[in-house]
Ligand binder design. Structure first.
Ligand code: GCU
Length: 606
């Protein structure tokens, strides 16, 4: 098994240690001579001063020193020298992983085995694996781990109740790595304790949360806070009591404030019971409609966590307008490492090119934190597909510094993980970097998304969601496909600032890859390169399949060690099957509707 720090021979030490102690241990084991000076005011920041005799002087906060140590160690493992002084600090305060782990041991949208933290309704883990995970996360710069699913199923509420000592023991294991735990809470939890309501304005409810928070922080004094999914996909929330989400979030914020905790409040609120006949409702508009008017109404220890796109982690979505529009509110962008819609950790899908596009669209300081849904599980390699670990690592690098170059980040991971020769390294890096575009080509075309098998979300099913409740329609008919989301259509585009509206509103100038997200167009529409829309759909799908075949051949030439080699081969074969299914089913679907043949005469099944 090759994880990016596997080449560190030393075991992670047992027993309690501060991050600074751990930094000393890690440096010593790696044979790096360093003098550490702790400056609590520096927090996560650090400074590295190389001296003439091979010694390094490090200054930093407790966690800063640990990050400095991993910076030196990864440089050493990559064969790089740090010859001049450098200072660094993370851009975002909370660099979070959200695990969707249930206490029965299953993982919602998990593709790497069962939970690392729970089994049989109990907290249950291998301390060795947790320490290895702590080292991996800290070396990538991550600092918050929410352990349980945002859908809080029984008995996960007990993490705040009689399972609190178990949560505290887990927090102790992560603490030396500078990783603070977070828990997802059930908004209706007071009702498990004889209170007849969860109304956020009820004094009994407010007191219950205050007392509960006091108990939780007595056990886990550095808990990062509570993560909340409220009024979303059937979860309880303030709407039941005629209250808004500022009422709900601020009530919890008041309970956490004395302990320095945050309420991370998710904004994934939409009507998941839409009638497909209803053309007035357009799901991507929902988050803005529920939150934008509340800008400035949230307490200063509330963070609104918004999925990066207005739908739900599709292969291509525009940046959510809510991330641009709430200037007086703490905001976090939510990404998804779990490959729910992006190949289930069977298909290769390296996310950093997609994330770079998002960060480039985000104005400076519009968010203060980032979160990503975990791709972790108890598979031996932690991420199911050995190459999916690149997403965990490079997410950490971007959460630290969103300006990190994609190629440099992927190269670093590749070098740390496999230590290939330079030609092999270049080959793997370029395969990883192109994998998202390849997947995009053979799946749902030009920003339309959602043509997946319902519920499971792997494999093609062009009309699988078309007559369902989830608000994700493409409305393909004999002439046209897509939804008009411009001012003349559903008005979704009106939620953006002028320069963005301008970029997308005209189909003749709208970037191709977003065309069917914003517009309803006939198959005969002329693309900027002169091809018709239908021809572009056919071409992309055939190309995606060809690229997958080339990817498979190129990967098979790389000298992966076992067991990675076998797992990669087995998953690649499944990806080849999947890509062919997607290509043929999508092409056949549009050919049957439009009756327009492929100009190049390739085989499309009728
Ligand atoms: C998606 C996903 C669910 C998840 C939800 C969320 O809808 O399919 O499994 O619970 O997102 O983000 O809350």
């Amino acid at each position: 098994m090759n994880l990016w720090l596997n080449r560190l021979a030393s075991p992670v030490p047992a027993g309690p240690a501060t991050p600074a102690d751990l930094a000393r241990y890690e440096l010593e084991s790696a044979g790096i001579r360093a003098v550490l000076q702790e400056d609590p005011s520096m927090g996560d920041a650090y400074r590295i001063d190389p001296q003439e005799d091979g010694l390094f002087r490090l200054a930093g906060g407790k966690t800063g020193l640990l990050y400095a140590a991993y910076r030196l160690i990864t440089a050493q493992l990559c064969g790089e020298s740090i010859l001049s002084p450098l200072s660094d600090a993370p851009k975002y305060a909370l660099r979070m992983i959200n695990c969707w782990d249930n206490m029965d041991g299953s993982v919602e949208r998990g593709y790497s085995g069962r939970s690392l933290f729970f089994e049989n309704g109990r907290v249950s883990y291998s301390a060795e694996r947790i320490k290895t995970l702590g080292r991996l996360l800290a070396s990538a710069g991550l600092n918050v781990l929410c352990v349980n699913n945002v859908n809080v199923h029984d008995p996960a509420q007990r993490l705040l109740e009689d399972y609190l000592p178990d949560l505290a023991a887990l927090a102790d294991l992560f603490r030396p790595f500078g990783i603070r735990l977070m828990v997802s809470v059930d908004f209706s939890q007071p009702m498990r304790h004889g209170i007849p309501t969860a109304d956020p304005l009820s004094p009994d409810v407010r007191n219950w949360w205050k007392e509960t928070a006091a108990g939780v922080y007595a056990a886990v004094p550095d808990l990062a806070g509570f993560l909340v999914k409220a009024d979303s996909e059937g979860r309880p929330g303030p709407f039941t009591y005629g209250r808004n989400h500022a009422d709900g979030a601020n009530m919890l914020a008041e309970a956490l404030r004395p302990f320095g905790g945050y309420v991370v409040w998710r904004c994934f609120v939409y009507n998941c019971r839409q009638d497909w006949r209803d053309t007035a409702t357009d799901r991507p508009k929902a988050a803005w409609e529920h939150y934008a008017f509340l800008d400035g109404a949230f307490a200063d220890n509330v963070i609104l966590q918004v999925k990066h796109g207005p739908f739900d982690f599709q292969v291509r979505e525009p940046l959510s307008p809510l991330l641009l529009g709430m200037k007086q509110t703490n905001m976090a962008m939510e990404l998804q490492l779990a490959q729910e819609y992006t190949g289930h950790q069977i298909d290769l899908y390296t996310m950093i090119p997609m994330w770079k596009e998002l960060f480039e669209e985000l104005p400076a300081d519009s968010i203060m934190s980032v979160a990503a849904v975990s791709n972790l599980g108890n598979d031996e390699n932690y991420t199911g597909h050995p190459l999916a670990a690149v997403n965990l690592y490079t997410y950490g690098l971007l959460a630290w510094n969103p300006e990190t170059d994609a190629e440099a980040a992927v190269t670093r991971w590749t070098r740390l993980t496999y230590g290939f020769c330079s030609a092999e390294e270049r080959s793997l890096v370029s395969l990883l970097l192109s994998s998202r575009r390849t997947y995009e080509k053979y799946t749902a075309p030009l920003g339309i998304g959602w043509m997946v098998n319902p519920h499971d979300h792997y494999g093609p099913n062009p009309s699988g969601y078309e007559y369902d409740l989830w608000g994700t329609y493409h409305k393909a008919n004999r002439e046209a496909v897509g939804i008009d989301r411009t001012h003349a259509g559903t008005g979704y585009l009106d939620q953006y600032p002028e320069e963005i509206r301008h970029k997308y509103e005209d189909p003749d100038t709208c970037p191709d890859l977003y065309l069917l997200f914003y517009h309803r167009l006939p198959y005969t529409f002329r693309m900027k390169d002169g091809r018709t829309l239908i021809q572009r759909i056919y071409d992309d799908h055939f190309e995606g399949l060809e690229e997958t075949r080339a990817l498979s051949a190129a990967l098979s030439r790389l000298p992966f060690p076992e067991p990675d080699a076998s797992v990669i081969r087995e998953r690649m074969n499944r990806q080849l099957y999947n890509a062919r299914e997607w290509c043929d089913i999508i092409n056949t679907f549009f050919f049957r509707l439009s009756g327009i043949p492929d100009e190049k005469g390739r085989k499309i099944y009728d």
